[in-house]
Design a protein around this ligand. Structure first.
Ligand code: GDP
Length: 296
């Protein structure tokens, strides 16, 4: 279930409830069952969904609501608030400031969309008047530098990398130094990914991080893993100081809701979501506006 469908199902359930002549317990339960089904299909963890419906029932105590109360509005508001609660890690991330040099390091598994996301992140800021630059410290995957170079060239963003140097730490440090001298205010370091969470990957991340002292480490994750996002985000957080998460491929995957809620459960703020392969298919993630849009 892609996000639009998830939002559609929840909205439909609320609409059906709204259409009922009298809102009694049966109508409310039917509505909550529909919402539960939609969330479980989007791979949201069962416990989160169960807690959500319990909370809604507590808030919307139909017996206690006097006749004059607008039950529909109260239920809709409760659903909205509870969805926000599931997606809110209760923590903000470090936000770079325009004109003040920041180093942002990207980490994640191979195939997660890390390199694409680095360029999207740079492009997003460039459009807002920043001076971003990209450093390719991925010497593990053949073709990584070419890919970054191609993306960067398309977006007219300065880049740094090497075909001959095999030490990612040296490239990262040289790249950061180069762009600091050029007064770039957002220096983005793309690191290598592997297929699995291997010791070697985490060790390399730690070394690049130690050498470049990033202001922010962004963990990039593919939304198709759904609830498994919890374990993956935890594992990365334990190895390097992850300050924020970007969840990719929210356009085509059934488990996007599960991934977002699982990341929130690790108390990691999601700052953007990737919604396509193109440079501008990239949205700021802010819980309340996101849920509003989801519900249409
Ligand atoms: P990396 O190995 O983590 O650096 O991953 P890449 O940046 O090479 O991306 C892997 C694949 O995922 C590429 O085909 C990208 O075009 C694709 N991709 C990345 N982000 C998104 C997204 O938000 N939506 C979709 N549909 N595809 C994406």
């Amino acid at each position: 279930m892609v996000l639009a469908e998830l939002g559609g199902s929840i909205s439909r359930a609320l609409q059906q409830m709204s259409n009922a002549t009298i809102i009694d317990e049966k109508v409310l339960n039917e509505c909550l069952n529909e919402i539960t089904r939609a969330l479980l299909q989007a791979d949201v963890q069962f416990k989160l969904v169960r807690d959500m419906t319990t909370n809604i029932k507590k808030i919307v105590n139909l017996d206690d609501l006097a006749a004059g109360h607008n039950k529909r509005r109260i239920i809709q508001q409760a659903v909205f608030n509870e969805l926000c609660k599931i997606l809110d890690p209760g923590k903000a991330s470090f936000t770079p400031k325009k004109g003040k040099p920041s180093i942002v390091m990207f980490v994640g598994l191979q195939g997660s969309g890390k390199t694409t996301t680095c360029t999207k992140y740079a492009y997003y800021h460039q459009k807002k008047g920043w001076k971003p630059a990209l450093v390719c410290a991925d010497t593990f995957r053949a073709g990584a530098f070419d890919q970054l170079k191609q993306n960067a060239t398309k977006a007219k963003i300065p880049f740094y990398g090497s075909y001959t140097e095999s030490d990612p730490v040296k490239i990262a440090v040289d790249g950061v130094e180069t762009f600091k001298k050029e007064n770039c205010d957002l220096i983005i370091v793309d690191t290598s990914g592997r297929h699995k969470q291997e010791t070697a990957l985490f060790e390399e991340m730690r070394q690049v991080s130690e050498a470049t002292k990033p202001d922010l480490v962004i963990f990039v994750m593919d939304s198709s893993i759904g609830q498994a996002a919890f374990d993956q985000a935890q594992a990365f957080k334990q190895s390097v100081a992850v300050g924020a998460v970007i969840v990719t491929k929210m356009d085509g995957h059934a488990k996007g809701g599960g991934a977002l809620s699982a990341v929130a459960a690790t108390k990691s703020p999601v700052i953007f979501i990737g919604t396509g392969e193109h440079m501008d298919e990239f949205d700021v993630f802010d819980v309340k506006p996101f849920v509003s849009r989801l519900l249409g």
